[in-house]
Design a protein around this ligand. Structure first.
Ligand SMILES: NC(=O)c1ccc[n+]([C@@H]2O[C@H](COP(=O)([O-])OP(=O)(O)OC[C@H]3O[C@@H](n4cnc5c(N)ncnc54)[C@H](O)[C@@H]3O)[C@@H](O)[C@H]2O)c1
Length: 243
């Protein structure tokens, strides 16, 4: 499969290019970036585009991919509602895999968190805490959002009605059923996520720590191969892994 990496000069881009170079099933046809010395776009004949760039870059690239019938693996996070609409429009024409986290561990964690939320209910206060390196631009992380959303799903709640992002000032007592998301930034942390369910007599904490970016890159490449024969639509990493 002929793949192009968008954001090739970035942290994820380097790891993706390295893994494609080592793969027998994938051929790297373009390393694209907006930085100097990189081509901006992919050549004709590209079969899959893997996008780990910046949210503002997504609409133009995914629209072009849809016109050309190219598989799109979207790892970029922090999309606005308007940008997300461009992803949904493209997915009417091409298979798009979109995930805020392509690692096997986090996708397993999503299932565990949903189950815990189902069993524990709103009597256990749910808080999501994420830590990332100082260069990360969006907050909270796409993964923290996914985790908080599956917790709401597990408790039959509407996420927008119960979620808050950080606390400051005289906020009053914690209302039952709230799901709070907190972001920590510092150093070179690749990505840590903890979901806490705190009850009156016990507390459960489920934690995932990414040790190298290879965890995400390997998943994104697997998603590209998986999507090759899929119908147009938006798929996530749990679809790819059959979870
Ligand atoms: N889904 C996941 O599993 C996962 C994992 C890690 C990071 N991410 C996300 O991936 C994105 C990139 O993360 P990073 O740490 O590699 O960032 P980074 O800043 O190191 O790299 C981003 C690269 O994209 C390039 N870029 C920006 N606009 C572009 C455009 N229009 N065309 C081509 N290239 C463009 C930048 O020049 C830069 O080289 C972020 O949104 C991050 O949150 C997702």
């Amino acid at each position: 499969m002929k793949v192009a990496i968008l954001g090739a000069a970035g942290r994820m881009g380097h790891m993706l290019c390295d893994l494609v170079d080592r793969s027998e099933e994938l051929e790297l046809v373009a390393k694209c970036d907006v930085r100097e010395d990189y081509p901006r776009t992919w050549p004709a004949g590209t079969e899959a585009v893997i996008d780990f760039t910046f949210h503002e870059a997504v609409p133009a690239n995914i629209t072009k991919a849809a016109e050309e019938g190219v598989v799109y693996v979207l790892g970029t996070t922090g999309l606005t509602d308007e940008e997300q609409k461009s992803v949904e429009a493209a997915a009417k024409k091409i298979p798009v895999v979109q995930s805020g986290n392509y690692s096997l561990g986090v996708n397993l964690l999503l299932g565990l968190v949903k189950k815990a939320a189902e069993v524990l209910g709103i009597e256990y206060d749910c808080e999501v805490v994420e830590t990332h390196h100082r260069h990360k631009k969006d907050s909270p992380s796409g993964t923290a959002l996914m985790l908080a959303k599956v917790a709401a799903e597990g408790r039959d709640q509407n996420f927008d009605d119960v979620s808050i992002f950080g606390r400051e000032g005289m906020v009053g007592e914690r209302p039952q059923g709230e799901i709070a998301v907190h972001a920590i930034r510092g150093g070179s942390v690749i990505g840590d996520h903890t979901v806490m369910f705190a009850g009156d007599v016990e507390r459960i904490e489920i934690t995932h720590k990414a040790q190298t970016r290879e965890a995400f890159a390997a998943g994104a490449l697997r998603a590209a191969l998986w999507a090759a024969d899929k119908k147009p639509g938006i798929y996530n990493m749990r679809d790819v892994l059959g979870l």
